[in-house]
Design a binder for this molecule. Structure first.
Ligand code: GAR
Length: 211
């Protein structure tokens, strides 16, 4: 399975995916890493692993359509089976999303559909929630929308602050993305009629794993 990863920053999820490929957990390989920011540390991680990288800066384009078209051209040149958003912080056009329908994944640091958008950990703490986590989902044109495949659930302790919660959820993300990609590579996870099916079953909604 050819994996293309889109990043905007640190790329710790990218690192987890690269490690899972080299370690044999995912029957696939990362064939390209694209960033909209030239200073994203994930580019250093990818280059260090001998993986092709590209920078397509959104600021160089007049509008989202032109930016997405440039990205699509680069991504398609890498011939991906799956395109993985890993901390990629741009909103995508519906044309781009449609082009990759069923092979475009995102990870989001909340139990979707709760807390779409930014500052999820802060908002969870402000609301006094006892449970939090992250979701891997297929991407549709709605921001942080699209059907969730797997959710990693953590408990929020009274002593947690934004930093401890961020770290806790990040650790879970690093296990969740490789798991979902391993299922995709082995054929356990498929996309049918807009929904994820795991081992042929999709009726119960996302798989919830407690950490
Ligand atoms: C991750 O926590 C990911 O869930 C979040 O950005 C971080 C990237 O970390 N993504 C979103 O908020 C998308 N809406 P990383 O660069 O170290 O992988």
């Amino acid at each position: 399975m050819n994996i293309v990863v889109l990043i905007s920053g640190s790329g710790s999820n990218l690192q987890a995916i690269m490690d899972a490929c080299t370690g044999g957990q995912i029957a696939g390989r990362v064939v390209g890493v694209l960033s909209n920011r030239a200073d994203a540390y994930g580019l250093v991680r990818a280059a260090g692993a001998g993986i092709a990288t590209a920078v397509i800066a959104h600021r160089d384009y007049d509008n989202r359509e032109a930016f997405d078209a440039a990205m699509q051209q680069q991504i398609d040149a890498w011939q991906p089976d799956v395109v993985v958003l890993a901390g990629f912080m741009r909103i995508l056009t519906s044309g781009f999303v449609r082009h990759y329908e069923g092979r475009l994944l995102n990870i989001h640091p909340s139990l979707l559909p709760h807390y779409k958008g930014l500052h999820t950990h802060r908002r969870v703490l402000a609301a006094g929630d006892r449970l939090h986590g992250c979701s891997v989902h297929y991407v549709n044109a709605e921001l942080d929308g699209g059907p969730a495949i797997v959710q990693g659930v953590v408990t929020v302790h009274p002593r947690d602050d934004e930093q401890t919660l961020t770290e806790k959820v990040h650790k879970v993300e690093h296990r969740l993305y490789p798991l979902v990609l391993s299922w995709m590579a082995s054929g356990r996870l498929v996309y049918r009629e807009g929904k994820p099916l795991i081992d042929g079953d999709g009726a119960a909604g996302p798989v919830k794993l407690l950490f």
